[in-house]
Write a protein that binds this ligand. Structure first.
Ligand SMILES: C[S@@+](CC[C@H](N)C(=O)[O-])C[C@H]1O[C@@H](n2cnc3c(N)ncnc32)[C@H](O)[C@@H]1O
Length: 306
C-alpha cells in the first residue's frame, strides 16, 4: 500500500488534566499520530517547560477518509472528557487538509546553506553551493534527527571543534548524541580519521549513517547506539550537545573516557543552567578553558588534567 500524500489535521483545545486520556483515544481513532503542543519544547531544560491549564491536541487522519465520521467520534470523546473535567466545554475542532509537499517545503524553507566558523559550510542536500576552497561542505538531510547547524547549540560546538582541529588529530573523537551526524561529519571533514558517533535514538543513528555516506566519510565515522558506559574511551575530543541534566548525570563516564589533555565540549546549556553544569563537573579532573556564548546558549570547553 502506498503512503498517503495528504492528511486531515484536526486540532482541539483540551484541559491539560484530561489531555493524556483524550490523546490516547484520538491516537486509537487516528492510527497516524497525535501531538500535544502549546508547550515550549524548543529548549534543553525541563524546568523551562511551563505548566499550562490548557493544551492543544492535534491528530492526523490519512486522506481520503470519512472525516465526518471521525469528527463525530471525536465529539463523543470530548463529551466523555467532561466527566473527568466538569469545567471543560468542548469546542468544534479545527480541521484542515494538508499535503506531504507542504510538510517538506515548509521546513525546507527554513534550512538554508550556512557558513560556520572559518572552515565549514552546511549545505542542505537539496541545494547546491559553489565550492569554496576555504570551506569544507557538510551536505545534510537531517530527516527527523536534530542537527541542521541552524541551532545555536550545534553552531557553538562546530566553532569550538574548528578551533580544536588545526591539524588532523591522531586519537579518536566521540560525538555523543550525534543526531543528524553533523558534528561527526564536521570532524571528519576537518581531518579526523576515527570518530564514534552514537545516539540513544536508533532513527537518528540511521540518519547519521546516511549523512556520513552522502559526505563520503562513512569509513572514518562509526555510527551506533552503543551507550557511553560501553564505549572503550581513549578519546582526544568528546562532543556532547545534550540536555544539561543528562550531561551532569554522565559527567564521570564522560571524563573517564578522555585522554589526559583531551577536550570535552559540552553544549545544549541554557545560560541559567551554566552554573548547574559547572558545579556538576567541578569535582572531576578538568580545567575550564573557554565558555562560548550565543544568545541564551552556552558551550563549555574543558581540558582533562593529567
Ligand atoms: C540536541 S541533539 C544534538 C544533535 C547534534 N549532535 C547537534 O549538535 O546538532 C541531542 C541528541 O542526543 C541524543 N541523546 C540524548 N541523550 C543521550 C545519551 N544519554 N546518549 C546518547 N545520545 C543521547 C538525542 O537522541 C539527540 O539526538
Amino acid at each position: 500500500m502506498s503512503a498517503p500524500s495528504s492528511w486531515y489535521q484536526v486540532s482541539c483545545p483540551i484541559p491539560a488534566a484530561c489531555a493524556e486520556t483524550v490523546a490516547d483515544r484520538l491516537s486509537e481513532l487516528s492510527g497516524c499520530g497525535v501531538c500535544t503542543d502549546n508547550r515550549c519544547v524548543d529548549t534543553f531544560s525541563c524546568d523551562d517547560i511551563p505548566e499550562q491549564a490548557q493544551v492543544t491536541l492535534t491528530a492526523w487522519f490519512a486522506a481520503p477518509c470519512d472525516i465526518e465520521r471521525y469528527l463525530a467520534d471525536i465529539a463523543l470523546v470530548l463529551r466523555e472528557a467532561t466527566a473527568a473535567c466538569p469545567e471543560f466545554v468542548p469546542q468544534a475542532p479545527e480541521v484542515s487538509l494538508i499535503g506531504d509537499e507542504d510538510w517538506a517545503q515548509s521546513w525546507k524553507a527554513h534550512f538554508k546553506p550556512l557558513a560556520v566558523g572559518r572552515r565549514l559550510s552546511i549545505v542542505p542536500s537539496w541545494e547546491e553551493l559553489p565550492a569554496d576552497p576555504q570551506r569544507q561542505q557538510i551536505v545534510l538531510d537531517p530527516g527527523m534527527a536534530f542537527g541542521t547547524g541552524g541551532h545555536e547549540t550545534t553552531r557553538l560546538c562546530l566553532e569550538c571543534l574548528d578551533s580544536l582541529l588545526p591539524e588532523p588529530p591522531q586519537v579518536p573523537i566521540l560525538d555523543l548524541g550525534t543526531g543528524s551526524g553533523i558534528l561527526a561529519i564536521a570532524a571528519a571533514k576537518l581531518g579526523a580519521r576515527s570518530i564514534d558517533a552514537v545516539d540513544i535514538d536508533p532513527l537518528a543513528v540511521e540518519v547519521a549513517a546516511e549523512n556520513c555516506r552522502i559526505n563520503g566519510v562513512a569509513e572514518q565515522v562509526r555510527c551506533s547506539t552503543v551507550p557511553l558506559e560501553q564505549l572503550p574511551g581513549g578519546y582526544g575530543i568528546i562532543l556532547a550537545n545534550i540536555l544539561a541534566e543528562e550531561l551532569v548525570r554522565m559527567a564521570p563516564d564522560l571524563v573517564s573516557r578522555l585522554i589526559p589533555d583531551g577536550s570535552l565540549v559540552l553544549s545544549g546549556i541554557l545560560a541559567e543552567r551554566e552554573q548547574f553544569v559547572r558545579d556538576g563537573f567541578a569535582p572531576l579532573p578538568l580545567a575550564l578553558e573557554t565558555v562560548l556564548r550565543d544568545g541564551e546558549w552556552r558551550c563549555l570547553h574543558y581540558r582533562r588534567l593529567p
